[in-house]
Write a protein that binds this ligand. Structure first.
Ligand code: ADP
Length: 328
């Protein structure tokens, strides 16, 4: 059976980008047709300035939202990365296979390092090595497929490269994974700045729809989205990034085709109104289930405990094989 692995970082509140770019596929497709493993990758939240209590809170909230969005612990495995030591055990071996040049070329590192320096902070070494830990997350489970938004495609490519290199040097150990991204909304853009992605760690509130935003907040954010000069609704990522982003979001929420939807609308106002309502409808069941789960934190803790046990049992044999193969 195909093995699927993916994760989310508890660095902020989960967004519509996380949902449309990754989570929805996990619940609707992946958990039903594969042996799927989903993880709150809390160690990755330590790569930038962090508040320990906030990371702990966001990790629980993230896990609760994964379940609220429809992940079913009977069908898949859900756990916190820090509960399973295999991730860091393997990460070190992969650091001995990766090169520093490879790490410095990662786009997210370059962007985030600049941001940290602009804020006057220093860049943690873990920010540089984070894609290696992510490769370990994936390779430890022998994942065939990694469903992610396209901002993460470069990191999955690195995991592939490291798997191939390790296998060539030390004998076949790892499955070489491949990325799977949704056809529409693989990169949801910030509503106030449609040239940059809707990222949960950016904290630029009005441009980001959070999964737990109340319907009226969603409507306000979508209605105030920056559109482009001109009146006509055209699907063109380069020239009309604002309108194109709304078309992508509407298409993803309604299982439509963004190019055909462009032909349906004569004004930005009507497009925004329908997009806002479509987002509200997509979020409604997630928010309802989230309220129920919040009333039962012991259930979520139990899922995470059982999930970690299952995950450990899956990862350990591969990581042990890698230790032997590399000469330990
Ligand atoms: P972030 O901190 O940027 O939200 P994560 O690494 O926690 O990123 O993202 C979890 C998943 O959500 C990843 O598969 C990522 O590719 C996807 N994702 C994040 N932001 C977006 C976006 N704006 N559009 C589409 N997918 C996204």
């Amino acid at each position: 059976m195909t093995r699927v692995f993916s994760g989310v970082k508890p660095t902020g509140h989960l967004t519509l980008g996380n949902y449309l770019g990754a989570m929805r596929r996990w619940t609707e497709v992946d958990q039903h047709r594969s042996d799927a493993v989903f993880c709150i990758v809390d160690l990755h939240a330590l790569t930038v300035d962090h508040d320990p209590a906030r990371v702990r809170r966001l990790s629980r909230q993230g896990a609760t939202l994964l379940l609220a969005s429809g992940l079913d612990p009977e069908l898949c495995t859900v756990f916190l990365q820090s509960h399973v030591d295999e991730h860091t055990r393997l990460s070190y071996l992969l650091e001995c296979v990766a090169t520093d040049g490879e790490m410095r070329r990662m786009i997210q590192y370059k962007e985030k390092a600049v941001r940290e320096r602009e804020r006057g902070g220093s860049v943690r070494l873990s920010l540089l090595t984070y894609p290696v830990l992510m490769a370990a997350d994936i390779l430890a489970y022998g994942a065939d497929e990694v469903p992610v938004g396209d901002d993460q495609a470069q990191h999955v490519e690195l995991a592939r490269d490291l798997a191939v290199r390790f296998n060539q040097r030390y004998g076949h150990t790892f499955v070489v994974p491949k990325v799977t991204s949704p056809r529409v909304a693989a990169r949801v853009m910030n509503l106030q700045d449609p040239t940059s992605k809707m990222g949960k760690s950016d904290d630029s509130g009005p441009g980001i729809v959070y999964l737990l935003d109340e319907p009226d907040v969603v409507r306000k954010k979508v209605m105030r989205a920056v559109t482009d000069s001109g009146q006509d609704v055209v699907y063109d990522r380069e020239q009309r990034p604002g309108v194109t982003n709304l078309l992508d979001v509407l298409a993803a929420c309604t299982d439509g085709n963004p190019e055909s939807l462009a032909g349906v609308y004569r004004s930005y106002g009507a497009l925004k109104k329908d997009t806002a309502e479509a987002v509200v409808e997509v979020l409604r069941p997630v928010q309802e289930r989230h309220r129920e789960l919040c009333a039962d934190p012991a259930y979520v803790e139990g899922v995470l405990r059982d999930g970690a046990e299952k995950a450990r049992a899956m990862a350990r044999p591969t990581v042990d094989t890698a230790y032997r193969a590399i000469g330990l």
